[in-house]
Write a protein that binds this ligand. Sequence first.
Ligand SMILES: *Cc1c(COP(=O)(O)O)cnc(C)c1O
Length: 374
Amino acid sequence: MMEDGICFEDVLAELEELKRRDLGYTRILSSMCTHPHPIAKIAHNLFLEANLGDPGLFPGTKAIEEEVISMIAALLGDRDATGYITTGGTESNIQAIRAFRNASGKDGENIVVPASAHFSFDKIGDLLRVEVRKAPLDGEFRVDPAAVEDLIDDRTIGLVGIAGTTEYGQIDPIEDLAKIALENDLFLHVDAAFGGFVIPFLDSHPPFDLSVDGVSSITIDPHKMGMSTIPAGGILFKDKRLLELLSTPTPYLTSKAQFSLTGTRSGAAAAATYAVLRYLGFKGFKRVVDRCIRMTKMLKDGASSFGVVPPVEPVMNVLTLEVKDLRQVIRELERSGWRVSVTREGFMRLVIMPHLTEPILQEFLDDLKDATGN
Ligand SMILES: *Cc1c(COP(=O)(O)O)cnc(C)c1O
C-alpha cells in the first residue's frame, strides 16, 4: 500500500482500465455463470453492508434469506426443507457431506459419487478426510447404479447423484440411487448446482429432487442459472437434524450458534436471489430456460448440418460436440474471441447461458464451420 491515497476518480479509472481486460460474457460458451439479472444488481447494491453471519443485527435480511429458502424448497419438492444461502455449489456440497459424516459416527468413512462429479468432491475428500469413491458412468455419461452398489461397504456414509452434470448436463438416475440409499440405510445428496434452476422448468423431466423418497439434501446455485449475483449458492436438507449437526456456538454474536461454513456472509447475494425469484416467478424462469433450450437445439442442429455431432443428446442447456483436432479448432475459435471448454473425455463443451443470443450463436456456428474445415 502506498503512503498516500489517490483521488476517487483515479481509483475508478484504474479499475475501469483493469475491467476492460475481462472478457465480458458476449462470446463466452464455457461458463455456467452469466450477467446477473438487472433486478439482482439493484437488490445486491441495496444490501452491501448486510452480514448474515450476525443475523440479529439484520432481521430484515434474515427474513429475506428465510423466504428465499422457502421458495427454493417449494421449487425442489419439499416445502418444509431447511437450509441456508451459501457461497456456491462447493460450500453446499461440503456442508452436505460434513453433515452426513457428523451423523454417521463411523470412522474411515467413504462416500460414493459419480465419476462425473464436480471437482468440489475432491476438495471434500481432502478437507473431511473422507474417501471419495467414483462410480463409472453408462454410455450416456450418467452414473451406473449397479456400479454404485458395488462400491458400497460398511464404511460408506452416503451417496451422491448429480442432477445436471457440469460437463454434459446429464441427470443421474436419482430414483435408482434413492432406492439403493434406502436399502443400505445411507444418506443421498443430490448436486443440482446447475440443474436446480433448469430441470424444474423443462417440459418433462425425471424425478430428481427432495420429492424423491430417500433424497436427504440438495445443492442449487442461484449464481448460475438463477441469474443472481456471485456468491449465491443454496443447500437444503429434508431433515432439520442434519442441518443442526453443522451447528457451532457463536459467542459474542447476536445468534447463539451458526451452521454456515463461512462466518461473515453476504446478505447482498441473498437479496439479489430474492429479487430474481420474486420478479420472474415460475413463468419467468420457464421463459428463460425455454429460450436457452431453444438456442441449444439451434446450436446442435446447426453443427450437425456440417457433420459435427454431439456424443450424447443434450437434456438441458449444456451441449457437447465431437470435434476432430479439437485443440487446433479451439485455438482458431479463440482468435475470434470465443471461449469454449473441453470435457474430460475430450469433447467440446458449450454452456448456453442467458447472455447468448441466436445471432451470436449463428456467428459461432459460422466460425466453428470454418475452424473444422467444413
Ligand atoms: C458449478 C458446480 C459446482 C460448484 O459450484 P461453485 O458455485 O462453483 O462452487 C458443483 N457441482 C456442480 C454440478 C456444478 O455444476
